[in-house]
Design a protein around this ligand. Structure first.
Ligand SMILES: Nc1nc2c(ncn2[C@@H]2O[C@H](COP(=O)(O)OP(=O)(O)OP(=O)(O)O)[C@@H](O)[C@H]2O)c(=O)[nH]1
Ligand SMILES: [Mg+2]
Length: 231
C-alpha cells in the first residue's frame, strides 16, 4: 500500500525541520509532502532550504483547505492511503507503521489514532469536550470512537476521494461521523501525542469551547440534514 504523509503547516518554521527529520528517521522511505498554508513566517523558505516536497498555498485556507489540498495531490499521484502528521511535532511518526499495518491487515477505510484506547482520559476542559464528541459520534453512528479529536488519522482510498472533493469534508470529528455513517470501515490504534514544542496553537480557551459546541452541533445536525452518501 503506497501511503503519503501529509504535513499541514501554518507558521511552523521552528518545528518543521525536526518534524521532518524525525519522520525520515522513524519512517524511513515514507513519502511525504508539506502543505504550507499561506504562512507569514519562513515555513516555505525552510522547506526550500531543506529540499522538502512542498505544496505552497498562496493564502491561508485553514487546516481543512490545507489538508484537502494534500488529499487531492495524494489522489492525483495514485497513493492508496494518506496520513495526517502535524508539523508542530506533536505526532510521533513511530505510530505510522502500526496504523498502516492495521489498515492493510483488516482492510479498513479509516484508521484513527487514539490516546485513550489503553489508558483513561485525563480530566480537563478539552478532554470533557473530547468525551462529549465521543458521545455524539456514538449516538449518531452506533460506533465507539475513543479519541475523536486526535489528529493522527490514516485515510484509505475510498474515503480519500470523499475527503478530497467534498465541500464540507475536513479532518475533524464531524466528518469522521459522516464517513462512518456512509460505511467507512474504521479501526483504532493506540498512540501518544506530545506537547507542542514551539509556535502557537489555534485553540485558545474560547476557541476550544466554540469548537466543541460546533462539533457537537454539526455531528447531530449535519447527519440528519445531509443526504447519507454511500462510499
Ligand atoms: N493553527 C493553524 N494550523 C494550521 C492551519 N493550516 C494548517 N495548519 C496546521 O495544522 C496542524 C494542526 O494545528 P494545531 O494548531 O497544532 O492544532 P491542534 O494540534 O489541534 O492543537 P494543539 O494541541 O494546541 O497544538 C499544524 O501542523 C498546523 O501547522 C491554520 O490555518 N491554522
Ligand atoms: Mg498541534
Amino acid at each position: 500500500m503506497r501511503t503519503l504523509v501529509i504535513i499541514p503547516a501554518y507558521n511552523e518554521e521552528a518545528s518543521l525541520p525536526s518534524t521532518v527529520e524525525e519522520l525520515r528517521e522513524k519512517a524511513p522511505g515514507a513519502d511525504y509532502v508539506i502543505v504550507n498554508d499561506g504562512s507569514g513566517d519562513g515555513t516555505a523558505e525552510v522547506c526550500r532550504a531543506g529540499g522538502y516536497p512542498l505544496l505552497n498555498l498562496p493564502t491561508n485556507l485553514g487546516l481543512a483547505g490545507a489538508f484537502q489540498t494534500g488529499m487531492r495531490y495524494a489522489l492525483e499521484q495514485g497513493y492508496d492511503a494518506a496520513m495526517q502528521l502535524d508539523a508542530d511535532g506533536q505526532h510521533d511518526p513511530a505510530f505510522i507503521a502500526p496504523m498502516v499495518e492495521k489498515m492493510e491487515r483488516e482492510q479498513l477505510d479509516l484508521v484513527l489514532g487514539s490516546r485513550f484506547l489503553t489508558s483513561s482520559r485525563p480530566r480537563s476542559l478539552r478532554m470533557a469536550g473530547n468525551a462529549l464528541i465521543e458521545w455524539a459520534v456514538r449516538l449518531t453512528t452506533g460506533q465507539k470512537v475513543t479519541d475523536p479529536t486526535c489528529g493522527m488519522r490514516l485515510y484509505g482510498r475510498r474515503v480519500m476521494t470523499h475527503m478530497a472533493y467534498s465541500p464540507v469534508a475536513r479532518p475533524e470529528p464531524d466528518t469522521l461521523a459522516l464517513l462512518i455513517r456512509s460505511g467507512a470501515r474504521t479501526g483504532e490504534v493506540p498512540v501518544s501525542i506530545r506537547e507542542r514544542q514551539a509556535g502557537e496553537s489555534y485553540l485558545s480557551l474560547g476557541k476550544s469551547v466554540r469548537y466543541m459546541a460546533q462539533m457537537g452541533m454539526n455531528i447531530f445536525i449535519l447527519q440528519w440534514v445531509m443526504e447519507k452518501e454511500k462510499l
